[in-house]
Design a protein around this ligand. Sequence first.
Ligand SMILES: Nc1ncnc2c1ncn2[C@@H]1O[C@H](COP(=O)(O)OP(=O)(O)O)[C@@H](O)[C@H]1O
Ligand SMILES: [Mg+2]
Length: 246
Amino acid sequence: MSALKISNISKHYGAIKALNDVSLTIEPGQVVGLMGDNGAGKSTLVKVIAGNFAPTHGEIYISGKKVNFHKPLDAQRAGIEVVYQDLAICNNLTAASNVFLGRELTRQLGPIRVIDYAAMRTKSAELFARLKSETRPRDLVRRMSGGQRQAVAIARTLLSDAKIVLMDEPTAAISVRQVAEVLNLIRYLRDQGISVVLISHRMPDVFQVADRIAVLRRGTLVASKNVSDSSPEEVTGLITGAIEAA
Ligand SMILES: Nc1ncnc2c1ncn2[C@@H]1O[C@H](COP(=O)(O)OP(=O)(O)O)[C@@H](O)[C@H]1O
Ligand SMILES: [Mg+2]
């Protein structure tokens, strides 16, 4: 059964049709590269799936069940996690505190409950080890490399037992070596059976890691096909409109 099925999704912002009748199915453990020019509707699609706002039309199914998200927490509870471009992590906190942000572990201390930093460090060390990341729980995020920050964001998705991870331009602002780390993290998620939607402008990244490629042009899905049946040239043509659809 598909992990995620979006069916005839449209999203209008007033007169702007950001998404027109988009349908897409993603299997468990599949990595979909979502590509398109600026303004094509990629982030809007992510936000609809993640419960930031309701679509104007259309339905979303998770593992075959129709869902109606009213807020991001609804999507999160259904197993959807988003890694945003800015990663939405706090520079002034440690890696461990970021992993548990908003869901801190607590313990009883006499009559009160206090945050259990030791337990959060132990659990996040475990997650970083699983991700083969050198990130240490006590490290301050502001001193970390881009790749380590990604590991923090992804550890958060593992903590929440996500089924679907949506990544909006995760490799836009990081170095080549860090890009390789992020691609490895994506492969790790895939190997756990987690589905990943990777939004990226970087053709080589998408072709290295994705199983399928979906292309949006001005809010319309103009292709959704196996990477092995496509090429960077075709995708470029689809993005620009030189190729109508494929
Ligand atoms: N909150 C908003 N209000 C009005 N228009 C928006 C809003 N967010 C995005 N848009 C418009 O919707 C279209 C798709 O935007 P977006 O999803 O951000 O594209 P992408 O992520 O592919 O660059 C663009 O025309 C953009 O200007
Ligand atoms: Mg965007």
